[in-house]
Design a protein around this ligand. Structure first.
Ligand code: SF4
Length: 174
């Protein structure tokens, strides 16, 4: 099974979303949040594309890799630093290392927050990531879609209508 960085990210967000995404149920085209994120990624650092290179290997696609400094740059539109972002970027580092790139590191940039999160490789990460891969596999090979999360994040999820259209109680914003 080819696991990619989006799967690892979604594992840390919602198992139902991971399952739906894996099985080809896509709603991103209807989501304002996804469109906004893409726009922030494309426009926040216009000079970046000239300086950095794009890398694709083993199911990952890194938009901005700085070969000189050996650093991955990832842009997120979020209002907070999220565990899922760190997990996604750790997965990039894992794949880079597996492909012979020594000691890469990463910086997650949050233009809305004017904040950066440095992500370094740590002891035990290989084991941790291999456990995440196994968890992804266990979830996506289930016959049944995992249950609704009933969480605040559902409100900004592209699957919100899909998940809650026939539910009497929808998660609140607060
Ligand atoms: S709306 Fe909620 S339950 Fe449904 S996929 Fe999104 S986060 Fe998961």
């Amino acid at each position: 099974m080819l696991i990619n960085a989006t799967h690892i990210n979604l594992l840390h967000v919602c198992h139902r979303e991971l399952w739906l995404h894996y099985h080809g149920v896509r709603m991103e085209h209807t989501s304002q949040t996804v469109a906004e994120g893409k726009l922030i990624g494309e426009t926040s650092y216009p000079e970046r594309a000239k300086k950095y290179t794009e890398l694709a290997m083993d199911g990952i696609k890194i938009d901005f890799y700085d070969p000189k400094e050996n650093v991955v740059h990832e842009v997120k539109k979020s209002n907070k630093v999220e565990e899922a972002h760190i997990a996604q970027v750790k997965y990039y580092l894992y794949i880079l290392r597996k492909n012979g790139i020594e000691d890469p590191s990463a910086i997650i940039e949050y233009p809305k927050l004017r904040q950066r999160q440095v992500v370094e490789w740590e002891d035990g990460d290989t084991k941790k990531i291999e456990a995440w891969k196994q968890m992804v596999e266990d979830i996506v090979t289930r016959e049944e879609c995992p249950p609704l999360l009933h969480a605040r994040i559902c409100r900004s999820c592209s699957y919100f209508d899909f998940c809650y259209s026939d539910q009497p109680d929808t998660p609140s914003n607060s």
